[in-house]
Design a binder for this molecule. Structure first.
Ligand code: ARG
Length: 599
């Protein structure tokens, strides 16, 4: 089924064609339902082109609109807005068209796949393997996972690339240290365990700073690594594998799947990139590739230093070494030529904004990337402490992601163990294992949801109390809303899954109509999220849906459900419950949140 906004848009486009106009029908969901459910502003823009008054154009369009099966007669408001109010019969028909769960493998709650699926590369998480994952990696991991899930749900093929930092001078130091404190690693690389990578790094660094001989050895080790000396490589690999095991313990807990392809993967490809750039330098005289102060640089229009001089992107340092930009150019070549990406999304913090601007500009200027391939740096703000200052441990160190997750789970447990505030609710009955499993889910969900519900560009304060609040736009509230609807099914003695999809929907009461309309907007919400990659559009939608449901089910404001009669009305309302639960489950799943049947 096409989304509602698409269906209305098609009708408007058809009317536009009849008055000899074309372009975007500009149909959007109405801000305020006083004016209807959807609005088109296209008459305003067309008026200029057609040399008429906007209202006249709107009248012409409304006269020609064939839309009676979808809405009441459209109304013209203000200077020439066209307002649409959907008919209950249309809403009912759309809901009836959503297949029941039993008839499909994956529950898509009636949302179509895109017509033109793309290959999308999502670069996410990407920690530096020299250290433990810290709080700063949360956002890239969680946001990257969410957009990947949404794109995949829409029908795109998604490559989730974990571009870990596993190359560079730090690794010389770490390998040299490892070789001296754990000499057995050379023979048994698979048995390496480093319980605390952070303190291992600190030890190595202290030695590096204090001991000249060790510093020299570290530097030599880097050279050995680059030369591919087998024993050094083996130790380096043992270290990286162990570090990746730490990362994957976190990914497993968070339910995040990705492919590890670190900087080292591109070592040969970087040589190739440099060779290609040198060829460009020979063949072109536009100054794009040039040597400056001994370094091989790229110069792109529009990038200037503070003093107004051209700002170079260095791709080979004067000592011959490669850097972050070199490896990122190599990722682009790989993603375009081997993964055949149509779209590349880099989920990396905002401090790297300029790096990506320059990188994308450079990639375009090489001519290696076709115009049809798109780039996006999906930047995001920082996580701050409750005080608004940078998030640090009491000692001023970086906060390990694992510790944050553990704390959230412990706190979730105490929140869930509190007796229900509402006396009428029956006390929770759960075994200790169930309680533990639910706390793990709720605790991690709370962190994810809080993160995803913030606009990407803004910073936010990490506050477990707000994340775990049972009221408001939080994971516990949303998960509870889901569990509550499922319990309605149990109370009513019906298996939601057994209510046939063909059940006639009877929509009369305003709360039913409002809920139905919001449910059906799931498809267009996902379209927006897939286009703009803003997870908070999805959290807002789901939160809103939960509130519409509350009004529908409210004893005073809403309608009877479990004890509604006649039976046809009861079934229709129970199916509204079921559909709401399904949209919540699918929507939360796209945020990387698993629901629970009982909380
Ligand atoms: N490892 C990098 C860092 O910690 C992030 C890499 C992001 N991805 C990329 N392709 N540059 O800052």
């Amino acid at each position: 089924m096409k989304s509602i906004v698409e269906q209305v848009s098609q009708r408007v486009a058809a009317a536009m064609a009849l008055i000899g106009a074309e372009g975007d029908p500009q149909v959007r969901a109405a801000q305020d339902d006083k004016f209807g459910d959807y609005q088109s502003n296209c008459a305003l823009g067309l008026a200029k082109k057609l040399g008429k008054k906007p209202r006249e154009v709107a009248e012409g369009l409304v006269e020609r609109l064939e839309i009676d099966d979808l809405c009441a007669r459209p109304e013209i408001a203000g200077p020439g807005f066209i307002n649409f109010r959907l008919k209950p019969s249309f809403l009912a028909r759309c809901l009836e068209a959503i297949p029941d769960v039993s008839s499909c493998g994956e529950d898509r709650v009636g949302v179509d796949r895109v017509e033109r699926p793309e290959r999308v590369v999502v670069d996410l998480s990407s920690p530096n393997l020299a250290k433990e994952m810290h709080i700063g990696h949360l956002r890239s991991t969680v946001i990257g996972d969410c957009v990947s899930r949404v794109l995949e749900f829409e029908g795109h093929t998604v490559h989730r690339e974990n571009h870990v930092g596993d190359w560079g001078t730090q690794f010389g130091m770490l390998v040299a240290h490892l070789r001296s404190v754990r000499p057995e690693v050379a023979d048994q690389p698979d048995e390496l365990v480093i319980s605390d990578l952070e303190s291992f790094y600190v030890e190595a660094k202290a030695r590096f700073d204090a001991d000249e001989a060790f510093k020299r050895e570290s530097r030599e080790t880097v050279v050995e690594l680059q030369r591919g000396e087998p024993v050094t490589r083996r130790i380096w690999k043992a270290f990286c594998d162990e570090s990746l095991r730490h990362c994957h313990a976190i990914y497993d807990r968070l339910g995040v799947e990705l492919i590890d392809r670190g900087e080292s993967y591109y070592t040969d490809r970087m040589l190739d990139v440099i060779a290609r750039l040198e060829a460009l330098q020979r063949d072109r005289d536009d100054g794009f590739v040039a040597v400056s102060d001994g370094a091989l640089c790229l110069f792109m229009e529009g990038f200037k230093t503070r003093d107004g001089d051209p700002l170079p992107m260095i791709v080979r340092k004067s000592d011959g070494g490669f850097n972050y930009a070199t490896s990122d150019l190599a990722t682009i070549v790989h993603r375009v030529e081997e993964l055949h990406a149509d779209r590349m999304v880099y989920v990396v913090g905002l401090p790297q904004k300029q790096h990506f601007e320059m990188l994308f500009a450079a990639a375009r200027q090489t001519g290696w990337v076709s115009e049809n391939v798109s780039f996006k740096h999906l930047g995001f703000g920082s996580i701050l402490a409750k005080t608004g200052l940078p998030f640090k441990t009491r000692e001023g160190g970086t906060v390990k992601l694992k510790d944050v997750l553990d704390e959230a789970v412990v706190r979730a447990r105490s929140v869930l163990e509190r007796p229900p505030s509402d006396e009428t609710k029956s006390p929770r009955s759960m075994t200790a294992e169930e309680a533990e499993a639910i706390s793990e889910r709720v605790g991690l969900a709370a962190i994810k949801y809080f993160d995803l519900s913030h606009a990407l560009n803004s910073d936010y304060k990490f506050d477990l109390d707000s994340m775990l609040a049972m009221e408001g736009n939080t994971a516990p509230y949303m998960m509870y809303a889901y569990a509550r609807i499922r319990s309605i099914g149990r109370k009513a003695g019906v298996d939601f899954a057994a209510i046939p999809g063909s059940t006639p929907m009877i929509l009369e009461h305003p709360v039913e109509l409002a809920l139905a309309r919001r449910l059906l907007q799931f498809a267009e919400t996902l379209e927006l999220v897939g286009r703009d990659l803003k997870p908070n559009i999805l959290t807002e939608y789901l939160y809103d849906l939960a509130r519409y449901f509350s009004r529908f089910y409210d004893r005073k404001l809403g309608v009877r459900v479990i004890d509604a009669s006649p039976e046809g009305v009861r079934l229709s309302r129970l199916r509204l419950c079921d559909l709401t639960a399904r949209v919540l489950r699918v929507g939360l799943d796209l945020l990387g949140i698993e629901t629970v049947e009982q909380m």
